[in-house]
Write a protein that binds this ligand. Structure first.
Ligand SMILES: NC(=O)C1=CN([C@@H]2O[C@H](COP(=O)(O)OP(=O)(O)OC[C@H]3O[C@@H](n4cnc5c(N)ncnc54)[C@H](OP(=O)(O)O)[C@@H]3O)[C@@H](O)[C@H]2O)C=CC1
Ligand SMILES: CC(=O)C(=O)O
Ligand SMILES: [Mg+2]
Length: 661
């Protein structure tokens, strides 16, 4: 049997034991601080936030030599390099010393522990006087932070406080997020991240990812090298054109890759330093933003066609060149006219995954597989109707068809026939075939044209209704009641984000399925009319709180790709997978469905709570990796014997490390 390699592929620092606050290049520096400086001709290799001037320097001096030289340098004792006294027409070099100790250490989010630095660390790392005398534990810091976050009434204030913490003390941020995941997910993720993106220009304070705009064309490789980390394993990239259900937000879409990657770490255990958020800026067609003085992106209409394709291609090429074959690129919130093409174009040359098409499909399939415990029957016996035939809608539809095809050994062309979609022009039917976008064509079944959703529901008679339209309140009372009149337990998934775009609320789903039952239960001679209420099995993309109705509590679930992508990505990374395969998505769905407990089902839930998400992610990762090994797409050899344990051992721990004295 092969033995499990404990020195994990992901390079978990917890496995490596105590760590030093110095980066590799810093570690090699002598302990006595050497100041490198003096009128450099050009900057080179500035990758760690520290200036490495090497051959371009005129001189390399010790501190004392620099002090001696001060009289020959403009700016005097406190302004040796002239930055403060330079006039506006003079150039200065933005250099800094590179040893992470003292003030620099406290300002480094990777290493900062705030008041949790121990007495020894304060002595060894020049922190005396920079901190008040008290030393507190990380646990107490978490308690303090959650109390402080709870003081804010406005969700965006909570978001800003969380982002501020992430930029200040990364481990505390992740410990807080992991330990209060149900409470904080709606803050760093949907719905609040949607509002943050809408106002990103006003709240932007510091870089959280790379902005790659048309201005960087021809220089993308250089831009990637400006990011302080080079050992990147996951990139989440958007071009900001379809941010949640909020439309084109241009460069303000950056909040999405940042939020998704925070989940990669908190939920999936991928090290934060291995995560890179990227926003590609080719302009925006959002007039409001173009006229907004605080807009931070390119102030031009979106580039399309060849110009767009060339920038994206340069990016994809640079990514592979810089980070290697096994870097995972997750496409996020691209508009569908680019999303399908990008996925098709790069699926055979890169490790790529479209979260909106594939991740969403996998999470919804998982929910449906689990729901069969509540509604009985097999997947092939159900009938599906979607409102919205874009990335999410057709992505989910295709994965359901694939699963049924595998389960029943029926060609996928056949299994698609039980799946129907409605777009902005009505039911997708064969008479519309010529005018349909390519991703809708497989769903153009024989049927007379139907314009309204409610009529489609009455005609198709679905058992499952799925909202992926991006338009709020489109599951009207009439629609939901029609579902309730045909199904004992209608499955209603209102997936659009954020909350404002949800096709219906949890309360609506439960109250509108409170249909008066035509049942009269005869108990001896007394006849009762039975009101069966809240019969919907309801999930939404953004969370709704439980609904109390007539003394009973209903628990809406959250059907969001956040259940899938962190574990899915971890599985790909830890196995060194080089390409994504649909069977891995099916494996992830089955893994997630298997984590729903009887206790969850008793509450009407078809997803497990997020409180167990790290365990769930490890399970998903193991199943995805196992599938990858089976398909011959994994390169990390030998294959670990227990993949789930291996996944857990790879997961980033947000506990503070001890710094060497
Ligand atoms: N819960 C989750 O995990 C996820 C949720 N989503 C959410 O799903 C929504 C859609 O995303 P995505 O599929 O990528 O978007 P797309 O733009 O690709 O698709 C939207 C679809 O909805 C249709 N549509 C728009 N307005 C209406 C309307 N009034 N009536 C009927 N159909 C309409 C569009 O029709 P047409 O083609 O005719 O324009 C299109 O087919 C977003 O809100 C997103 O946040 C997305 C991914 C994951
Ligand atoms: C959840 C998600 O990916 C979306 O709404 O786009
Ligand atoms: Mg998305």
């Amino acid at each position: 049997m092969m033995s499990l390699n404990r020195s994990c592929f992901l390079g978990n620092p917890a496995v490596a034991g105590s760590s030093s606050p110095f980066s590799q290049s810093q570690k090699r520096r002598p302990a006595s601080l050497k100041v490198v400086a003096l009128i450099p001709k050009a900057r080179t290799g500035d990758r760690n936030g520290s200036v490495v001037m090497e051959s371009t320097l005129q001189e390399v001096k010790t501190e004392s030599e620099v002090v001696e030289l001060k009289s020959t340098v403009h700016g005097g004792v406190k302004d040796v390099y002239g930055e403060d006294t330079a006039t506006e027409d003079q150039f200065v070099t933005p250099w800094s010393v590179s040893v992470a100790s003292g003030y620099t250490l406290i300002r480094s989010p990777h290493h900062n522990k705030g008041l949790a630095f121990t007495e020894k660390e304060r002595d060894a790392h020049y922190l005396r006087g920079l901190l008040p005398p008290v030393v507190i534990s990380q646990e107490l810091q978490v308690k303090k932070m959650i109390n402080s976050i709870r003081q804010y009434q406005v969700p965006l204030q909570k978001y800003i406080a969380m982002m501020d913490l992430q930029g200040r003390n990364e481990k505390l941020f992740y410990k807080l997020l992991i330990e209060h995941v149900e409470e904080l997910l709606p803050v760093v993720y949907t719905p609040t991240v949607g509002e943050a993106c809408q106002k990103y220009g006003s709240i932007f304070t510091q870089p959280q990812g790379l902005f790659i705009s048309l201005k960087e064309k021809g220089k993308i490789l250089e831009v990637l090298r400006n990011w302080p980390e080079q050992n990147i394993q996951v990139i989440v990239v958007t071009d900001g054109e379809r941010i949640l259900g909020l439309g084109d937000l241009g460069s303000h879409g950056m909040g999405i890759p940042v939020g998704k990657l925070a989940l990669y770490t908190a939920l999936g255990g991928v090290r934060p330093s291995a995560c890179l958020p990227v926003t590609i800026d080719v302009g925006t067609n959002n007039e409001k933003l173009l006229n907004d003085e605080f807009y931070i992106g390119l102030r031009q209409k979106r580039a399309t066609g060849q110009e767009y394709a060339e920038l994206l291609h340069e990016f994809m090429t640079a990514v592979k060149q810089n980070y290697g074959e096994k870097v995972l690129v997750q496409f996020e919130d691209f508009a569908n006219h680019n999303a399908f093409d990008l996925l098709a174009k790069y699926a055979s040359t890169h490790l790529v995954f479209n979260d909106d098409i594939q991740g969403t499909a996998s999470v919804v399939l998982a929910g449906l597989l689990a729901a069969l415990k509540l509604v009985k029957g097999s997947l092939s016996e159900h009938r599906f109707l979607f409102l919205g035939a874009g990335e999410a809608g057709t992505g989910i539809a295709e994965l359901i068809a694939l699963e049924i095809s595998k389960q029943t050994n029926t060609p996928v062309e056949e299994t698609r026939k039980n799946i129907w979609l409605v777009d902005s022009k009505g039911l997708i039917v064969s008479s519309r075939l010529d005018s349909l976008q390519h991703f809708k064509k497989p769903w153009a079944h024989e049927h007379e044209p139907v314009g309204e959703l409610v009529d489609a529901v009455k005609s198709i008679k679905p058992t499952v209704l799925i909202g992926t339209s991006g338009v709020g309140r489109t599951f009207t009372k009439e629609v939901v009641e029609a579902m309730a009149s045909m199904n004992e337990r209608p499955i209603i998934l209102a997936l659009s984000n954020p909350t404002s775009q949800s096709e219906c609320t949890a309360e609506e789903a439960y109250t509108w399925t409170e249909v008066l039952q035509p049942l009269h239960v005869l108990l001896n001679i007394v006849s009762f009319t039975v009101y069966s209420m809240g019969r919907a099995i309801y999930c939404s993309g953004s969370p709704f709180p439980p609904v109390e109705y007539n003394g009973k509590v209903y628990y809406p679930g959250q059907a969001n790709n956040a259940y899938i992508f962190p574990g899915f990505g971890l599985g790909l990374i830890m196995s060194g997978t080089i390409r994504v395969h649909d069977d891995m998505l099916l494996a992830a769905s089955e893994a997630l469905a298997s984590m729903v407990t009887q206790e969850d089902f008793d509450k009407g839930l078809i997803y497990p709570p997020f409180t167990n998400i790290r365990k769930i992610s490890a399970h998903i990762a193991a199943k995805v990796a196992a599938k990858s090994y089976e398909l011959g797409l994994a390169t990390r050899l030998p294959e670990p014997r227990d993949l789930e344990k291996y996944a857990e051992s790879c997961m980033y721990s947000p506990s503070y490390r001890s710094f060497r004295s």
